[in-house]
Design a protein around this ligand. Structure first.
Ligand code: NCC
Length: 276
């Protein structure tokens, strides 16, 4: 499996990864019950056309980065799971346009998810690991975490906040490209929230700056910038094929190695600026 050129890889990502949210017309969500819960507007209508966007990983290496102002200067900022801004503005900024959360958080940490004010700003998107290339019906019957009831509770409590369910097809379309461009067999688990968020922003924005997904000189075994927990697997991956995701992102980076080293920053084009 020879690696594609960065240009060809961008085209593959643009043309083969379908970033869509579950809509009321998608069976089994095409019931009158689900119509009350799914957002009326599409994600595209909700965010409009975005220029410069930032994706902020949750890595410990964001600590003492002083990247907050730079991150907030973007038109839109995407963050992950329970990553806070309050108390960490200096390093990660305070703007949150989109928050991508995994289904484990929505289900296992349901009480926090329903109660914490952290989740009440911006647009929420939840995703769940689906069986390999499963149809939506099959996935709906056996989601990895059954987050649907918790999703409904949240929607009832915050009906005005846009909250989408990521169409699970995307994760395996992306995984196939990761596998095709890796020399080894990669783990048959979906990409991390980080990688999914990067591709979501590439569909919405003209340009995407990603912070501390590729670690800077501040690389550390501290898992998150907001916790004391140490684990190398957070940066290198265990369940998710994180190392392969990072190799792929490095390959399509349009910024400089200096920017990676000093800012942990990678610059990627939005798909509408990719010519194939
Ligand atoms: O840790 P997590 O990820 O929420 O981080 C979000 C994304 O940031 C990138 N990251 C994080 C830490 C680090 N040192 N380096 C990084 O590059 C990764 O791209 C990561 O995806 C997830 O992907 O959803 C994940 O979620 C957590 C956890 O479920 C949530 O934080 C909610 O509590 C998972 N941790 C555990 O299950 C213990 C993690 O494996 C994946």
């Amino acid at each position: 499996a020879a690696k594609l050129s960065p240009e060809k890889l961008l085209c593959q990502l643009r043309d083969r990864v379908n970033v869509t949210m579950i809509e009321g017309s998608d069976g089994p969500f095409d019931t009158s019950e689900w119509q009350q819960y799914l957002p009326g507007k599409s994600l595209n209508e909700t965010v409009g056309r975005l220029g410069h966007c930032a994706v902020v990983s949750s890595a410990g290496s964001l600590k003492s980065s002083h990247l907050g102002q730079e991150i907030d200067s973007h038109d839109a900022v995407l963050r992950f799971n329970g990553a806070p801004t309050r108390g960490f503005q200096e390093d990660v900024g305070q703007k949150t346009t989109i928050r991508l959360v995994n289904s484990q958080l929505v289900t296992v940490e349901e009480q926090q998810f329903l109660r914490e004010a952290l989740y009440n700003t911006g647009i929420l998107i939840v995703w769940d690991p689906a069986p390999y290339h499963a149809e939506i019906h099959e996935w709906y019957r056996k989601p990895d975490y059954n987050f649907f009831e918790s999703y409904k509770s949240y929607r009832s409590m915050h009906p005005e906040q846009p909250f989408y369910i990521l169409n699970p097809k995307m994760q395996w379309q992306l995984w196939d490209i990761l596998q095709e461009n890796s020399l080894e067999h990669i783990q048959p688990n979906p990409p991390s929230s980080g990688m999914l968020g990067i591709v979501i922003m590439m569909t919405l924005c003209d340009e995407v700056d990603v912070y501390e997904f590729l670690p800077s000189k501040r690389q550390t075994d501290i898992c998150h910038y907001y916790q004391k927990f140490h684990d190398r697997a957070c940066t290198m991956g265990a369940y998710h094929p994180l190392l392969f995701e990072k190799n792929l992102v490095k390959h399509i980076n349009q910024g400089t190695d200096e920017d990676i080293y000093t800012h942990g920053k990678v610059t990627l084009p939005g798909f509408r600026n990719v010519r194939c």
